[in-house]
Design a protein around this ligand. Structure first.
Ligand SMILES: *Cc1c(COP(=O)(O)O)cnc(C)c1O
Length: 234
């Protein structure tokens, strides 16, 4: 099933990219494996996926220990400061940096391991009270503050769009995120590169691709519905 789902997602990414004159290889598909067992990740690996996204530090750490070292792990969820230590040396990118305090903690942990961690600033484009991330008007200041940390590398922006009836409703948020990234880029802040836009999930990734996403985070569309009543099957 995973193989077939992936083929379908791949087809849709390619078609969305083609519609706006983009190349498929400008877009990285991050397979969001949260709550799903290692056996399903292995199935996705066999179908060629190397990038996986998790939103719980301990779950990421545990799966990391059980799977081959060539996988690329993305931390995509709300990250508590006291849990940064579990994942700091295991991730290729942290997508969800929405505060200076969290950035400070990542800096400290990264320094201990002598690593430079690629990060994205999470922006709350729809201003939802239930979501983390910095407000759009504060993103540039956060970028400038975080840029001072030598063990962090700001690579771009990320957003989690609202749950909507029609994916098209989220186009405005994706477009605004891209415009915000262009604005910040034009300020030429040292140590800030706005090359990545992490946006789009199962319900709306095609629209995100059309609006310039370089990283899309797809869970359900690859692995099927999640069952939160069970503990994460490792
Ligand atoms: C769970 C999650 C996803 C994937 O959601 P789907 O709708 O299952 O594709 C993407 N991004 C974040 C931050 C998530 O927590």
């Amino acid at each position: 099933m995973i193989k077939e789902n992936l083929a379908e997602v791949e087809r849709r990414i390619s078609e969305a990219a083609a519609r706006c004159g983009r190349k498929r290889d400008e877009i990285t598909l991050v397979a969001v494996s949260k709550t799903k067992p290692v056996s399903m990740i292995e199935e996705a690996m066999e179908a060629g996926v190397l990038d996986f996204g998790e939103n719980k530090p301990q779950e990421l750490r545990d799966k990391y220990g059980l799977l081959p070292g060539n996988l690329r792990w993305h931390m995509i969820g709300n990250l508590q400061r006291n849990k940064v230590k579990y994942i700091i040396d295991k991730v290729v990118m942290i997508h969800s940096v929405g505060s200076l305090e969290l950035a400070e903690t990542i800096e400290r942990e990264a320094e201990k391991h002598q690593l430079v961690i690629p990060i994205l600033l999470e922006v709350n484009m729809a201003r939802e009270a239930s979501k983390g991330g910095v407000m759009p008007e504060d993103a540039q200041r956060l970028a400038a503050e975080v840029a001072k940390f030598p063990h962090l590398s700001v690579r771009g922006l990320m957003t989690i769009a609202p749950m909507v009836e029609r994916a098209e409703e989220n186009r405005v948020h994706f477009r605004n995120l891209r415009n915000l990234s262009i604005d910040i880029s034009s300020k030429n802040i040292d140590n800030v590169a706005m090359c990545e836009l992490s946006m789009g999930m199962t319900g709306d990734y095609e629209i995100a691709v059309e609006e310039g996403a370089t990283l899309i985070r797809v869970g359900t569309g690859i692995f099927g519905e999640r069952d939160y009543t069970k503990t994460a099957g490792i």
